[in-house]
Every structure is written in C-alpha cells, then in structure tokens.
Design a binder for this molecule. Structure first.
Ligand code: FMN
Length: 182
C-alpha cells in the first residue's frame, strides 16, 4: 500500500503529526494477524486477494468479517456476488500471497488463477487454492461501510480442513516481511 501523502488525524494534543503517524503505524502493524487468500466470484469472474483483515465476529450465528478496500476488484465481486471463501495457508506458503496483490487472471479450463491451481468452494463456488490448509465458505450477510474499506460480514456455511485436533500451522503476517494498513 502506498504511504499516505499526509498523516490522518485525529492527533493527541501537542504531538508532531509525522512522528506520531510513524509510531501509530508501528503499533497498528504489530497487531498479531493471520494472512489469507480471499476468494470471490460473481458470474464467471473470480479473484483471489491477499488479505489480513479477517476475524471471527460472532458465535451464533457463525460470523466472520473481512475488510476490503472500496473499489478494488474483490470489492466489486463481493458486492455483486454476495459470497466469498477465506483460505488459510500453510506457514511455508508465503510465496503464494505475493502473487495476489493485483486482480488475478483466471484460466477456467486449467482451473488456475495466476497459475495457481484452485477449486470451487462447496457452497459459494468462490475459488480456494488447492494448496490451502483449511477454508471457510461464506455468504455475505451485510456490508458495513467504514470509509476507505468496507467490512463484509459473512455467515460461515461450510468449512474444511485436516482431520484431528490441535492448532493448524497457518501463515501469519510475522512469517513474511509484508505489512498492510497502519
Ligand atoms: C500483506 C498484505 C495484506 C493485505 N490485506 C488486505 C486486506 O485485508 N484488505 C484489503 O482490502 N486489501 C489488502 N491488501 C491489498 C490487496 O491485496 C491489494 O490491494 C489487491 O490488489 C486488491 O485486490 P484486487 O485483486 O481485488 O484488486 C493486502 C496486501 C498485502 C500485501
């Protein structure tokens, strides 16, 4: 993401806006986060997008939220298609997320996006990379406009992952040198 031309307020009294902006960004970047691929579909258009602003928001119903920049390709597909899938990736798969920071090119015959094999999530039909460790398949329940981004609340309609107990070794922001937001 390109740095903003001017720091965004509000600012506490008496601070230097530039220095405060740097500190605030460092703190925001330090929030522990996962790193995911968001699959979207509308008609015959599909996309995968690298995203870290994903979290569970309620237990009954099972709701998750993804925050997506207004106007990007995935945003348009979310509004139009009303469904999405979140793919959790293996901790070693950091190369995958580098491939999806621009609209992806879909080869439907080969079932690849930017050359990465995918399958359709069971309910939404949104793309899930074949290499995903686990996924959540969702229907958009509501869009909450937030300014630069919109929070899409999704009800989890299906989930998939390996059998067994224990934490999955999934990719986190700290496994990469990437950052977003701040
Ligand atoms: C590490 C990382 C995390 C990102 N997280 C998000 C995110 O949570 N939400 C978002 O809207 N864009 C996020 N982005 C930016 C999108 O991946 C990028 O803007 C993408 O080009 C927009 O997707 P599009 O393919 O739908 O145009 C992130 C980028 C990086 C590098």
């Amino acid at each position: 993401m390109s740095p903003r031309a001017r720091p965004v307020g509000p600012f506490p009294d008496g601070v230097d806006p530039e220095a405060y902006d740097r500190l605030r960004r460092r703190v925001l970047w330090s929030l522990p986060m996962g790193l995911y691929l968001l699959g979207t579909v509308a008609g015959d258009r599909r996309n995968l997008m690298t995203c870290n602003w994903v979290t569970q928001l309620a237990t009954e119903p099972k709701l998750i939220g993804v925050s997506v920049e207004v106007g990007v390709h995935s945003y348009e597909l979310l509004v139009e298609g009303g469904r999405f899938a979140v793919a959790l990736l293996d901790r070693e798969d950091r190369a995958l997320v580098r491939k999806f920071v621009k609209p992806a090119s879909d080869d439907r015959e080969a079932r690849t996006l930017n050359g990465i094999p995918y399958r359709d999530a069971p309910v939404s039909g949104a793309p899930v990379p074949s290499a995903a460790v686990a996924f959540l398949d969702c229907r958009v329940e509501r869009e909450v406009p937030l300014g630069s981004h919109s929070l899409f609340l999704g009800e989890v309609l299906d989930a998939g992952g390996p059998e067994g107990e224990g934490e999955l070794p999934v990719l986190r922001m700290e496994d990469t040198r990437m950052s977003y937001g701040g």
